[in-house]
Design a protein around this ligand. Structure first.
Ligand code: CS2
Length: 502
């Protein structure tokens, strides 16, 4: 049996595998990270690990927290927190290049449901200076259209009365900060790394709303002393498969129970507002500190994620399993290219150093990466939480300015069409979305309106407020959706795309 990846087996790994350059026993944990999934392990944890090589940075080790499941802890604990990051891309002659790097910045993983108090104590530990988050869009328990806290969320309700055993990320943060404040400890930085517009400001609004309800004095302390920098992260990180695990373990020369796989590309732009210092993350290529991250976030959400979701919905409906397959479809390729250059890029404003044409071209090449068979259905999940900032904000700007938004509307129609639960080959799938129940009811309501014509159906769809918000009643959008939905249902994705492209 092969040896397990761990601090003691590091020396035995295959030549060419990059390893942590720090003495692990000297590291101290300065960061608590909520939501230690693949995304986090492929950016913040990796970047931090590189910086830890400098002994002066040695107090920025990471304590990871899983808010739901024990699987990451169970995989990483026997490995002393070590795991492999595999960066993959296509190489000449159809070959695939894979670089392996063992990451050693994660010192421990806590599983919140098993011991929520341990997480609170970690947030309230004197060594903790940053609490970072990748909890995905739905982890914020907010209304995607307005950014307001969903008070009706059962976990939020629960957490208001459970200062010792919160379940939600927001509850965990507020109750952890309450301990800090009560103990006279200094404030911390709350760093959101999720794909939300103005993610720091959004997080701040949610934390303060919850804290205000729980204890207004605490809300005042948090508002005055803690900082919530916005950040934009860009790296494609598909879910690790069993084949990845087996292949990586074989090349490593040791078993890694849960490696992560991503693209070489990395961009991480962070507002430099930290309550108690920060790691020198910008020593790593691709990482920058800036005064305002909002313009970069807008580019990323609208270009990368807007295109990704459009490809995912239309691609999945056309029967494409993966993003490289979807973008290899000449119709979808042309659609995304036109959507990015004609409809999205003009909404971005002037962003320092951005050449939107080159950015779009690079993005298409990233999507086509043959070494990353990213599942279209993985990206398609949680549409209610993603579509507003990925497509609808852009669309809203276009419609307000009286500019065409036909292709963006096709992306939105692609999502609505996807919600029917089977693709053009007849294959069925589950709708994985926190609002799946409400959406199903609303779709049924809209379908009943369809007797009065496609426009009546589309107008009814736009009354789904958590997603469409103030776009309810927008006739231009209702017209576009009615047309696209009709075409997608009757003629399918390929014909619809052909028809909309000039
Ligand atoms: C993807 C993102 O799963 C998704 O919804 O669109 O995770 C995407 O891969 C990253 O944001 C790229 O930076």
């Amino acid at each position: 049996m092969a040896v397990r990846l761990s601090p003691t087996s590091l020396a035995l790994l295959a030549a060419g595998v990059e390893r942590p350059a720090h003495a692990r026993e000297r590291l101290r944990p300065g960061i608590v990270h909520l939501g230690i999934g693949a995304f986090h392990r492929a950016h913040l944890a990796d970047v931090t690990d590189r910086v830890l090589a400098d002994p002066a940075q040695g107090d920025w080790g990471i304590i990871g927290v899983s808010l739901r499941h024990a699987d990451t802890r169970d995989a990483l604990a026997p490995q002393g927190g070590l795991y492999t990051l595999a960066l993959r891309e296509g190489a000449a002659g159809g070959a695939i290049r894979e670089r392996l790097r063992v990451v050693g910045s994660v010192l421990q993983v806590l599983v919140a449901p098993e011991d929520p108090r341990a997480v609170l104590e970690r947030i309230a530990h004197p060594d903790t200076r940053i609490v970072s988050l990748t909890v995905t869009e739905k982890g914020y328990a907010h209304d995607p259209a307005t950014g307001q806290l969903r008070w009706e969320d059962p976990d939020i309700q629960h957490d208001l009365d459970a200062p010792d055993a919160p379940r939600s990320a927001i509850g965990m943060i507020v109750h952890g900060l309450a301990l800090r404040e009560a103990r006279g400890l200094p404030p911390v930085t709350l760093l959101s790394c999720d794909n939300l517009p103005a993610n720091g400001a959004t997080l701040r609004g949610l934390v303060l709303a919850f804290a205000q309800e729980y204890d207004p004095d605490l809300a005042r302390w948090i508002g005055l002393h803690c900082t919530f920098p916005c950040s934009m992260v860009d790296r494609i990180v598909p879910r690790t498969t069993e084949a990845d695990r087996a292949r990586i373990s074989a090349s490593l020369g040791a078993d890694d129970a849960w490696p992560v796989v991503g693209e070489p590309y990395l961009a991480w732009v962070i507002e430099d507002r930290f309550a108690q210092g920060r790691p020198a993350w910008d020593r790593v290529p691709g990482v920058r500190f800036v005064p305002h991250a909002e313009p970069y976030e807008r580019v990323k959400l609208r270009m990368v994620n807007g295109a990704h979701s459009t490809l995912a919905y239309l691609g999945a409906m056309a029967g494409h399993q993966t993003v490289p397959q979807a973008v290899g479809d000449p119709h979808l390729h042309a659609l995304i290219d036109r959507m990015l250059n004609d409809e999205v890029a003009p909404t971005l404003g002037v962003v320092d150093g951005l050449d939107s044409r080159a950015y779009a071209a690079e993005l298409m090449a990233r999507f086509a990466n043959p070494a990353l068979p990213h599942r279209t259905r993985q990206i398609a999940m949680d549409g209610s939480q993603k579509v507003p900032q990925r497509l609808l904000n852009t669309l809203r700007d276009r419609l307000r300015a009286g500019q065409p938004a036909t292709l963006l509307a096709l992306g939105v129609a692609g999502w609505l069409h996807y919600l029917r639960g089977y693709d053009e080959t007849g294959a069925r799938y589950e709708i994985d979305d926190p609002l799946a129940g409400e959406l199903a009811e609303h779709l049924a309501l809209a379908a009943a309106q369809a007797q009065a014509g496609p426009l009546a159906e589309a107008a009814c769809l736009l009354t789904f407020r958590p997603v469409f918000g103030d776009l309810e009643g927008n006739e231009a959008l209702a017209n576009l959706l009615a047309r696209h939905l009709g075409a997608l249902r009757v003629r399918g994705v390929a014909a619809t795309v052909r028809e909309v492209l000039p």
